[in-house]
Ligand binder design. Structure first.
Ligand SMILES: Cc1cc2nc3c(=O)[nH]c(=O)nc-3n(C[C@H](O)[C@H](O)[C@H](O)COP(=O)(O)OP(=O)(O)OC[C@H]3O[C@@H](n4cnc5c(N)ncnc54)[C@H](O)[C@@H]3O)c2cc1C
Length: 398
């Protein structure tokens, strides 16, 4: 049984209050306009939620539960606005996972900035021909003396182009697939870096998603995360067949999966809570619709599914924080279950509201659109099943 300690409960309540007072009232506006919610980010920075200190403390909290708990609260407020906050975190996690401590110390503060000078970061991996198959990335990094030259196009990048710090996975040796990849920092304003098409989306519309184009982008050697010696050693190992087979890109995704599960939980819980309240108040045939077993059972399934997904998420988050091995791909299990729960629960919430669930005046319409992304980004449901089934097979082979 998981028990939140008093410190985590206090932080959860503080983030919940921010989500309720500052995020929720803005959700409809930013969903309609698809603008980046800078004023909400500024408020989040002023209170300390959009800050390196807060997220470092959250990642470092010993139980591991603060990360899923605060993520769930932010996404309960609104998924698009919350993703504008956590998109930066994805970039920072990329630096944490691949960079040296000195690089982390230099770049992580530049990813958030200050309340008066907000900054953003992004994580650039996906390409037009390389989504699930990240080993086939074509963005090329070529060394030229003490510099690197990057060429290629990334797609579907959260905060892409508008970010101040782009954390970019590129291939140094395409034949080695993911073992020939390296991760680089490309700051905003670097000649040759530009934003391509801004996407119009089904949901999470407050979050900026765009193509990022690299045309003869020259960056100094120091912007290679981990440094040249580590990269050369990795390439040598791969060429002699000794590599562990893990790329920087893949390890970043593994460590962020419990957090994505918690994002999905936030949206699922918001939809469930709204539908429950509605079912108690809406009357048809002379009594509240919750008195129909058909409706009450839907709510029972929704509540049970959310609790089950949360338990998987908290288990994976605790394991990640304590460095326990993911023998059965527990992070992927959490992401798979929570994301599919969010899709199912939000669909049922629309059904419980009937016609009112289908119109924009009621938030479940937005929750339904927002929920779908969780089965797609940071590894689709099919890829999670692939990862889990491989882990199961490996555990039998041991
Ligand atoms: C809103 C949004 C934000 C995003 N943010 C970022 C970001 O910040 N940074 C970033 O790098 N990327 C980002 N992505 C990209 C996202 O991670 C990819 O879209 C996702 O990994 C899937 O890749 P794909 O779209 O190319 O689909 P594909 O890989 O082409 O998959 C298409 C379908 O085929 C299935 N499939 C593929 N391979 C297999 C297989 N081996 N077995 C079974 N089924 C398979 C998939 O599950 C899927 O159903 C974002 C995407 C969106 C939509």
């Amino acid at each position: 049984m998981f028990e939140l300690n008093d410190d985590v409960k206090e932080i959860r309540d503080w983030v919940h209050e921010f989500a309720e007072k500052e995020i929720r009232p803005q959700a409809e506006y930013y969903d309609e306009t698809e603008e980046t919610p800078w004023p909400v980010l500024k408020k989040a920075a002023e209170v300390g939620i959009y800050s390196l200190d807060f997220w470092a403390q959250t990642f470092g909290e010993p139980s591991g539960l603060q990360l899923p708990v605060v993520t769930e609260e932010l996404f309960w407020g609104d998924a698009g606005i919350a993703l504008s906050i956590q998109g930066t975190l994805l970039g920072v996690t990329g630096i944490l996972g691949n960079g040296t401590p000195e690089q982390l110390a230099e770049w992580a503060p530049k990813c958030f900035g200050t309340p008066d000078d907000l900054k953003m970061a992004c994580w650039c991996m996906t390409e037009p021909q390389a989504g699930s198959d990240v080993g086939s990335l074509r963005t090329r990094a070529v060394r030229d003396g003490d510099e690197w030259i990057l060429n290629g196009t990334k797609v579907f990048i959260t905060n892409g182009g508008s970010a101040d710090v782009h954390v970019v996975v590129a291939t140094v040796d395409p034949e080695l697939r993911h073992r020939g990849q390296a991760t680089f920092i490309v700051p905003k304003g670097t000649p040759g870096l530009s934003q391509g098409k801004k996407e119009k989306k089904l949901g999470i519309r407050a979050s900026h998603t765009a193509e990022v184009v690299f045309e003869d982008v020259r960056i100094p050697m120091e912007y290679l995360l981990g440094g040249p010696d580590k990269l050369n050693a990795k390439l040598d190992r791969a060429r002699s067949g000794q590599s562990t087979g893990r790329s920087g890109g893949l390890s970043t995704l593994e460590s962020t999966r419990p957090a994505v599960a918690a994002q999905a939980l936030g949206v699922a819980r918001a939809a469930y809570e709204f539908a429950l309240q509605y079912a108690m108040e809406r009357e048809q045939f002379g009594h509240p619709i919750i008195e129909n077993q058909a409706i009450a059972f839907k709510l029972a399934d929704m509540a049970a599914d959310i609790d089950a997904a949360r338990l998987l998420t908290w288990r994976a988050a605790t394991m990640a924080r304590n460095g326990r091995p993911f023998r059965h791909a527990e992070g992927s299990m959490a992401k798979l279950k929570a994301s599919e729960t969010a899709v199912r629960v939000t669909e049922q919430a629309v059904q419980i509201l009937g016609g009112y669930g289908y119109i924009r005046e009621f938030p479940v319409e937005r929750y339904y659109r927002d929920a779908k992304i969780f089965t797609i980004y940071e590894g689709t449901s099919e890829i999670q099943r692939l990862v889990i089934s491989r882990a199961l097979k490996a555990s039998l082979d041991r």
